[in-house]
Ligand binder design. Structure first.
Ligand code: ADP
Ligand code: ZN
Ligand code: ZN
Length: 750
């Protein structure tokens, strides 16, 4: 924690202070704070959150934000004067800074770290109000060298492209492109960025609010009762039960009360769909979207509009939780079970759900989380605090899909390559005949799951990580899914030289190829993160599917979310056991959620749907309850095992990873820290409520050339335990070669 920034909380008014602490971002240095003298004529005007203009170095001036005041400077520092206040209306206030401070504390990281992900860097650097983007177009091959021609060929096939995106994609340089422009081979143009993504809805008539069904209405009433004070409500409603309409009515109420709404969705694509729905209902002017991929120009605009209180509903993915929206009367988290709410890399490893809970608490407003398959923790807390609301009926009483469990042990020898059971093939054939659409889930990226030499048994591994490399058929390469390593598929075994390498196991690419062979007439499209070379491709693929242009959509878990398509009547899960088999205490929950969600994609309209789960373990409780789509039964079993083993919600987990290129040193330092932690805990007689487990080698033992050992702390002491561990960790000094990573409330422990 930055001591300078800590002081900010103590002194809020600038009037009498001599110095202002300002926050800025310097290229190559990152986000930092500096002290500046406040000129007398600004003393009465200057406030927290104002953008200011300050001299930096010998010749430069930069933009910065006021984040605190003081009357002292550390010895040896000479401060310069602030030049001017750029805008008298503050962009954020003290409470906002306190909120970021809390986040930094909770996740054991620096406040700079949090600021970096909260504040748009461009906003710090410059006060540009208009941003432009460069585009490139092919003109001619004349005068190009052989190497340049390769680039030109790529460009010609693509038409007009975004220059910087193309440079990355074609693995060329901006300089090469400039040269090509000079020799007349290409044309480069500069265009103003399209800044309001909702512009298209501007003049459309606002949609009316439907009358809620009785179940929806009573859920709404419960939320309405809780407006104006803090609570954490869970809206547990099966897919298509009309949760969104309940949120919308609550939003309407909050807006009438003069307050603002923050609405989080787990992913950018879902946030975009949601924002469109909001804009159509509440108007373009009041609504904005926020996520990591909107342009810096859009972010700039949104911040300006938030500042002027023009934005009343902000929708977005997890980072939107850090937008400086004020006067919040309601926070909504849709699909709250999604792990995408947690940022795993880089630090801060925050969970937007936890942070949003704090934000709601600070604003004294309810947090409404919604899901068909809630996180076990959320459900547990909501149930025990009387804040559980349920929607048990689908809107219009559309029937739930019928789930068939196929025991693959029996199918093994008759099935096609052990991938498609006969029952599933038959069902797909019928569906194609009826001109209905099908979704196939295979939750593994790549073509196969490992590559093995049949002569010597060697499994090809990533040179940086102790993980099998995965074969990708399109590029004919082996890739590591944990680091960026990629190499051509070798023809002979690197170990023994035999030509007997085999790609074993099944990945989604193999399923696609086999499906195309089985159903040659069908239009099949694959949706996984490897297919997403282009920025909005995901949305395009889903749009095409929605329009009925695709017969079969095959993909990883990406397609389990948000698809609402009445023409989908069949869902096949190739290997339902996949997600249950991870060595992680959440694997049953993850698997249950995935299967239930994907089953919910079938039969969303009048058409009853059919779902096939192919499995080798049909009796497993999470599979059985997913078959019945019975969350309550799943919860009852799962919560017992959590209690038995002291896993969340019965404890909070802090995971500490120590890594080094030297295996022995990594293990040693992990042992040392474990010893010291145990020492403290024992001395304070807290060994029962704070259990220190480990150290043990991580499941992924080696990652990016570093050996990894982990310590798990199960904390049953709440905040007090958290603080104790925090203060212990903040005092630790480690040799340079040892890296420590702390993950608070980790979503997996692999
Ligand atoms: P969920 O968010 O629970 O999956 P939605 O709110 O998206 O469900 O509702 C599913 C569908 O039913 C949507 O097309 C929605 O417009 C419609 N719907 C929900 N509630 C009503 C209602 N009270 N009146 C009319 N249509 C409704
Ligand atoms: Zn071999
Ligand atoms: Zn790797």
């Amino acid at each position: 924690m930055d001591e300078n920034l800590k002081k900010t909380s103590e002194q809020q008014e600038g009037m009498l202070s001599k110095y202002a602490l300002v926050l800025t971002s310097i290229k190559g240095i990152g986000v930092k704070t500096f002290s500046y003298l406040i000129p007398d004529e600004l003393k009465e005007k200057i406030k927290i959150g104002q953008p200011v203009f300050v001299p930096f170095g010998k010749t430069r001036y930069i933009n910065a934000y006021v984040v605190g005041f003081s009357n002292y400077l550390e010895e040896g520092i000479k401060a310069k004067y602030i030049s001017k206040i750029l805008d008298t209306t503050p962009v954020f206030d003290m409470n906002y800074l306190k909120f970021l401070e809390w986040t930094a504390d909770y996740y054991f990281c620096s406040i700079q770290n949090v600021l970096e992900c909260a504040v748009p860097i461009k906003f710090l650097n410059e006060q540009k109000t208009e941003l432009t983007q460069k585009f490139a177009e092919f003109v001619s091959f004349e005068g190009a060298t052989k190497r340049q021609k390769e680039v030109l060929e790529k460009l010609e096939s693509k038409g007009k492209v975004n220059l910087s995106e193309f440079v990355k994609e074609a693995k060329t340089t901006v300089l090469t492109m400039k040269k090509l422009e000079e020799s007349g081979c290409i044309k480069i143009t500069e265009e103003k960025l399209y800044r309001n993504p909702l512009e298209i809805f501007k003049n459309t008539q606002l949609q009316e609010f439907p009358k809620l069904m009785p179940e929806q209405e009573s859920a709404y009433k419960e939320i309405e009762k809780r407006l104006g004070s803090h609570s954490c409500i869970l809206l547990h409603g099966i897919t298509s039960s009309g949760k969104t309409e309940v949120y919308f009515k609550a939003i309407k109420k909050v807006l009438e009360q003069g307050k603002n709404v923050l609405f989080l969705a787990p992913e950018i694509a879902l946030a975009s769909v949601l924002t469109q729905r909001l804009a159509k209902r509440f108007g373009t002017e009041k609504t904005a979207i926020w996520h990591s991929s909107i342009s810096e120009g859009e972010k700039f605009d949104v911040w300006q509009k938030i500042k002027n209180n023009e934005i009343r509903i902000l929708a977005g993915a997890r980072s939107a939780v850090f937008a400086p929206l004020k006067n919040i009367g309601l926070i909504i988290i849709d699909e709250e079970h999604e792990s995408a709410y947690k940022q795993t890399m880089p630090s801060p490893r925050y969970d937007a759900r936890t942070v949003a809970q704090k934000l709601a608490e600070l604003n004294g407003c309810p947090l409404v989380s919604g899901s068909a398959t809630p996180d076990i923790n959320t459900y547990y807390y909501a149930k025990n605090s009387g804040n559980l609301l349920e929607l048990k009926k689908r809107y219009n009483d559309y029937p739930m899909a019928k789930v068939h469990v196929i025991d693959m042990r029996e199918e093994r020898f008759k099935a096609n390559n052990g991938i498609f059971s006969q029952a599933l093939v038959k069902a797909i054939e019928n569906n194609l005949k009826d001109k209905k659409q099908t979704i196939i889930l295979m939750n593994r990226r790549g073509f196969s799951t490992y590559t093995q030499c049949l002569a010597c048994g060697e499994v090809l591994q990533c040179p940086n990580c102790a993980i099998p490399l995965i074969f990708h058929s399109q590029t004919q390469t082996l890739r590591c899914h944990y680091c960026e390593h990629e190499e051509p598929m070798p023809e002979t075994c690197p170990h023994c030289g035999s030509e007997t390498l085999k790609n074993c196991g099944t990945g989604v690419q193999k399923v696609e190829i086999i499906a195309q062979k089985l159903f040659p007439e069908a239009k099949i499209v694959r949706l996984d993160s490897d297919a997403l070379a282009r920025k909005n491709l995901h949305i395009d693929i889903l749009n095409e599917f929605s329009k009925g242009e695709t017969d079969i959509l095959i993909g990883t878990q990406m397609l389990a979310k948000g698809l609402d398509n009445p023409n989908v009547t069949l869902v096949g899960v190739i290997n339902a056991d996949n997600s249950f088999n991870l060595p992680d205490f959440r694997s049953s929950e993850r698997g249950f959620q995935l299967l239930t969600q994907v089953a919910g994609r079938a039969g969303r309209g009048n058409n009853p749907g059919d779902v096939y789960f192919q499995t080798y373990n049909p009796e497993f409780f999470a599979l059985e309850t997913a078959k019945e789509q019975n969350y309550d039964n799943f919860y009852k079993t799962e919560i017992q095992s959590r209690e038995e083993f002291d896993y969340p919600p019965f404890s909070k987990i802090i995971r500490i990873i120590l890594s080094s290129k030297n295996q022995f040193r990594a293990e040693r330092s992990a042992q040392e820290i474990t010893l010291r932690l145990n020492d403290i805990v024992n001395k304070m007689q807290l060994a029962e409520p704070i259990a220190v487990l480990g150290p043990s080698a991580c499941v992924i033992e080696k990652l990016q050339e570093r050996y990894r050992f982990q310590i798990l702390i199960k904390n049953k002491l709440g905040e007090k335990g958290h603080r104790l561990i925090h203060s212990f960790l903040s005092k630790i000094k480690l040799p340079d070669d040892i890296k420590i990573t702390v993950d608070v409330d980790p979503l997996d422990i692999l």
